[in-house]
Design a protein around this ligand. Structure first.
Ligand SMILES: C[S@@+](CC[C@H](N)C(=O)[O-])C[C@H]1O[C@@H](n2cnc3c(N)ncnc32)[C@H](O)[C@@H]1O
Length: 323
């Protein structure tokens, strides 16, 4: 997956003239903070250089994860056509770009972001965008009074920057602000998966319908040391490659998400929750089933249509049958 052309061009424009060495240093500082999940009360994207490093080294991957999560949600909710978006912890506008790409019905968007450089970058990147976004300076852990409900509410790659005790009150507040669908995305690490479970359980208790990725409302059947996550291949631009000092023109972004809706989604089949393992004339899929269990299924040519569907399925896809 690549950034939309207009966003790519706006990012290139913002990064032009920035010495590579300073981008590389800022990117490695940023990635050390993310890797160690440092919570020292300071914003990760607190300086112009940090946000530029984010644009060069992280935005393509977070965009891919967010866009893929939105796609999976829209497949489960084909009638969902939001007109408003509220994105919290917007950074440079990742969800704004991904949501307006996925749902062109969105005609107004509000982004909440506490960091001044991140907000300024988001405003600058989106200045040519057809949807005029409203950028609000606010702390996501505050009561968010005055913020208006939206059809689609999103929170992407933010929980790992907040103290653990902020999660419950924030999700309760965001659910109140959700007219139709709330989507939360986190890094695809064991810790990210646990945070998503901590989001999912109270949402179910509050009456939400989980529409993706889980094909059921039961407790998550996966137990440690395993964890649920997905992966999306991301094309690396030249500046992305140079900033990360990488040789390969792509990287795989691991992520996990949950999409909760106020209305139920149409019936679904199991979801593929690991890379398919193929052999000659057969393949094995690890599936999260609609009955809330995990199953490893072997498909052979003898399974006919089910085999053909399974052969086309990728990690993260939903099968129509196979129960
Ligand atoms: C990792 S970035 C993610 C940005 C964007 N959502 C994305 O997916 O690329 C996390 C963002 O959350 C913002 N953030 C962190 N804590 C916040 C808070 N308490 N209130 C508002 N924004 C916050 C940061 O400034 C940063 O822009």
């Amino acid at each position: 997956m690549e950034l939309p052309a207009a966003l790519r061009a706006a990012v290139d424009d913002m990064l032009s003239g920035e010495p590579l060495a300073s981008l590389q240093q800022a990117a490695s500082r940023l990635s050390a903070r993310y890797r160690s999940e440092t919570l020292d009360g300071k914003m990760h994207l607190d300086a112009k250089l940090a946000i530029k490093a984010y644009l060069a080294a992280r935005l393509p991957a977070t965009y891919a994860a967010v866009r893929t999560s939105f796609e999976a949600t829209s497949e489960r909710l084909p009638e969902f056509s939001p007109s408003s978006l509220l994105d919290v912890g917007a950074g440079p506008g990742t969800s704004f770009w991904a949501a307006t790409d996925c749902w062109p019905t969105i005609d107004h968007a509000t982004m909440i972001e506490a960091s001044v450089p991140a907000r300024e970058a988001g405003i600058r990147l989106a200045q040519e965008h057809a949807v005029a976004g409203r950028w609000i300076s606010a702390d996501a852990t505050s009561p968010l009074s005055g913020v208006v409900a939206a059809d689609l509410v999103t929170l992407a790659y933010v929980l790992d920057e907040l103290p653990a005790n902020a999660l419950g009150p924030l999700i309760a507040r965001l659910w109140k602000l959700t007219s139709q669908c709330l989507i939360v995305i986190e890094p695809g690490t064991p810790a990210g998966w646990k945070r998503i479970l901590a989001v999912r359980d109270p949402l179910i208790a509050a009456g939400a319908h989980i529409v993706a990725p889980c094909p059921h409302q039961n407790s998550c059947p996966i137990s440690e040391p395993d964890w649920c996550h997905f992966s999306r291949r991301v094309a690396r631009s030249r500046i992305h490659r140079l900033t990360k000092s990488g040789d390969v023109p792509w990287e795989d972004e691991k992520f996990i998400y949950v999409a909760a809706s106020r209305s139920p989604a149409p019936a679904t089949g199991p979801r593929v929750i690991a890379p398919p393992r193929t052999g000659s004339g057969q393949l094995r899929l690890k599936l999260c089933m609609t009955n809330g269990e995990v199953d490893e299924r072997l498909f052979t040519k003898r399974n006919g249509d089910a085999f053909r569907e399974a052969r086309r399925a990728d990690w993260g896809d939903t099968l129509s049958g196979a129960e």
